[in-house]
Design a binder for this molecule. Structure first.
Ligand code: ATP
Ligand code: MG
Length: 670
């Protein structure tokens, strides 16, 4: 870190003695840097003992990163506590109840509990990992208190069924004497509010509390921290309401606004110089975030001059394949020019997006690390179903394989009819000899399998979806569960897309095996690979910075994600995009595919927002148009604008979206 000098506001925050302080500032303004230097200052100038200092961040990775940065700054000082809410709270619980690590429920146990419950009650759901994950996510959401189980409507299963699974899960925990992450928060709060002696002990231990990314704190975390910090009131919180991205977990940026009331005498400091991002990145990011309504307006300026660094690149690409190729080419080009891989990050909205890219990086021998584990699409139950059909087409007659797909779509064949480990279709026809419809279903299946065996992989997957009827079955299944079928269609699209370039079935299946093995290895090693490109979701990119940032899939439906468009969560989606954009120091490349899985896409509204400040598109303002030159806006509505062009004395009607997303406006002025 090359620090020129701290600015005045930064100094005030660093040197602030005791008492509550809130540091509110935009990305790259040095909040985390200030927090770390403040610890040093507290120890060296205020004589505070390191063991009395508690620093809280939101992820383990961020806590470690901070610990390392602090150790580099003050190698001689140990015993400052850096932790996450969970690690600190678990420490408190362990002290009171002698908990050990084995008392925390593991992921495998959690999934097991949910799967058992679903199976025991005979609910008709595929008890697969991703389904269990969604259910567990919902349970966590209910437990961390922002939703009341009685009025809670499940989005993954029927609400009544969800309540049953929820109760089973809670009973499982109590019966086994285990706690989960949500319990840790609730139990710590209860402990500290009921046992004054224990509270006093911890208040003595942690006399100074510093919290990074304060905008993402949720109610129970805040209430617990409040208990710990009260009386001494030495609490220092830094955050940015524009980067609050955990609304779904109950984070309430409103807490930031409450802080000064809860801690009377709070000093509020603002930082407004962004030392991270180039001029262009800062200007673009400001144009995006100003479209949010409920926010503190911050006058953030880049520390760099215009033109001092690279501009923001919007890269239009035909489809995902071209996008991946361009990203890989660019990474290679940068690396040959001497940019280390570790200065580069690829950021995406959801962790299923980079499957094809990760495969391309592997092919090209470009080292990469993943901040979040990428789920292997080929282990999804729909992939399994497709492979089952392919196995059958290649002559497999194993009972367990048949059982999985024989009634997808429904062929009215019972489990009893498949009673030997190897199934013979002739015997099956015998079994149902009086049932004309079922015999017909068996004949059709046999025919289909014969067809599939002769098709190339891409066509085979398509045939299984459309002709065999797996897709219609999946839609019905989604409807039964009361969820949207879109996610399932995405999975099917992805599987089919991955088969596109393969001529033979063997080739495709081999590729899948190889990919699966490499991905498992990556997921195991996580981000421990030295000098590698970082692949990360927008969520996990928070707080980090890279010289070069690539944002994938900047199309409506991807970012903003269609779920949030439906649920009216656009402002949080915009904050996520804002976080992604503001990770870039010098180069920012945003990729806009025109098609994804063969479907036409529209450019993300966030990209349009960053290109032109919509507030400036007003009657009377002057623009410079790439083709027509200077003009004055004479009319604007939602869809179009009319401009009088001086050169040829003509008024033209232009489509607003087309004009902006094709960057046809070079300049707008009042
Ligand atoms: P975010 O909101 O994204 O977490 P932040 O406000 O925590 O951002 P930092 O990560 O602390 O910002 O700082 C961003 C970059 O600016 C870092 O590389 C840091 O070293 C640098 N920086 C901070 N203050 C100064 C300064 N006064 N002079 C020069 N560089 C600075
Ligand atoms: Mg930070």
């Amino acid at each position: 870190m090359i620090l020129v000098e701290f600015n005045e506001s930064q100094k005030i925050a660093i040197e602030h003695g005791g008492g509550p302080m809130l540091l509110l500032a935009g990305p790259g303004s040095g909040k985390t840097t200030v927090l770390i230097h403040r610890i040093k200052y507290m120890i060296q100038h205020h004589g505070i003992r390191p063991e009395h200092i508690l620093v809280i961040t939101f992820t383990k990775a961020a806590a470690n990163e901070m610990k390392i940065r602090f150790r580099n700054l003050c190698p001689e000082v140990g015993s400052v506590t850096f932790g996450t809410f969970h690690s600190v709270f678990f420490w408190i619980l362990r002290n009171a109840y002698n908990y050990t690590g084995t008392d925390i429920i593991t992921d495998a146990e959690k999934y097991g509990a949910v799967r058992d419950s679903i199976e025991r009650h005979g609910f008709r759901y595929d008890s697969q990992e991703d389904f269990a994950r969604n259910v567990l996510g919902e349970i966590g959401c209910v437990k961390s208190e922002m939703c009341d189980l009685k009025s809670y409507e499940s989005t993954t299963m029927k609400t009544d069924d969800f309540r049953v699974v929820y109760d089973d899960y809670e009973n499982f925990l109590r019966y086994r004497g285990k706690i989960d992450f949500d319990d840790m928060l609730v139990f710590t709060y209860e402990l500290l509010s009921q046992r004054q002696d224990i509270l006093d002990m911890w208040r003595n231990r942690f006399q100074y509390i510093l919290i990074d990314e304060f905008q993402d704190i949720n109610t129970i975390q805040y209430d617990t921290v409040k208990l710990l910090a009260k009386e001494r009131n030495n609490i220092f919180a830094v955050g940015d309401d524009d980067q609050s991205i955990y609304g779904f977990r109950g984070a309430a940026p409103a807490i930031m606004k409450r802080f000064p009331k809860d801690f009377p005498g709070t000093k509020i400091e603002y930082l407004n110089m962004n030392y991270r991002c180039s001029y262009d990145v800062v200007e673009c990011s400001k144009r995006i975030i100003k479209n949010n309504t409920d926010r503190y307006d911050k006058n953030l300026q880049s520390a760099f001059a215009p033109g001092e660094s690279d501009r923001v690149h919007i890269v239009k690409v035909k489809d995902g394949t071209e996008q991946n190729r361009k990203i890989v080419d660019k990474i290679r080009e940068l690396n040959s020019a001497g940019i280390p891989y570790s200065d580069i990050a690829v950021i995406f909205r959801t962790n299923t997006e980079p499957r094809a890219l990760s495969s391309k990086l592997m092919e090209n021998g470009i080292p990469f690390s993943m901040k979040d584990s990428i789920p292997n699409i080929f282990t999804h139950f729909l992939a399994e179903n497709i492979f089952d059909y392919i196995k059958l087409a290649r002559g497999c007659r194993e009972r367990r394989v048949l059982l999985r797909v024989i009634n997808k779509p429904n062929r009215y064949i019972s489990r009893d009819a498949l009673d030997s480990s190897q199934v013979d279709f002739e015997m099956l026809r015998q079994y149902y000899k009086d049932k004309y419809r079922i015999v017909n279903n068996i004949n059709v299946l046999e025919n289909d399998l014969e067809r599939i065996s002769r098709l190339a992989p891409y066509a085979a997957v398509n045939y299984i979806r459309k002709a065999v009827g797996l897709e219609a079955y999946v839609r019905e299944y989604a409807e039964y569960r009361g969820v949207s079928a879109d996610d399932y269609m995405d999975v099917l699209d992805e599987i089919q897309e991955s088969a596109r370039d393969f001529l033979s079935m063997d080739g495709w299946l081999e590729y899948i095996d190889r990919y699966t093995a490499e991905l498992a290895e990556k997921n195991r090693t996580g981000s421990m690979i030295p000098d590698s490109v970082t692949l990360t979701t927008m969520h996990s990119a928070k707080g980090l910075e890279y010289a070069y940032v690539f944002i994938m899939d900047a199309a409506e439906g991807m970012t903003p994600h269609r779920k949030s468009v439906d649920n009216d969560n656009i402002e949080e989606e915009r904050r996520l995009f804002y976080v992604a954009v503001t990770r870039a120091k010098y180069g920012l490349y945003i990729y806009v595919p025109q098609k994804i899985f063969g479907k036409n896409m529209n450019v993300s509204r966030f990209v349009q927002e960053m290109l032109v400040d919509r507030d400036l598109i007003r009657v009377g303002n002057k623009i410079v148009h790439k083709r027509y030159g200077q003009g004055v806006i004479t009319y604007v509505d939602e869809k179009k604008l009319c401009v009088y062009f001086e050169k040829n004395g003509e008024t033209k009607t232009l489509s607003l979206e087309y004009t902006i997303s094709n960057e046809l406006i070079e300049n707008v002025q009042r």
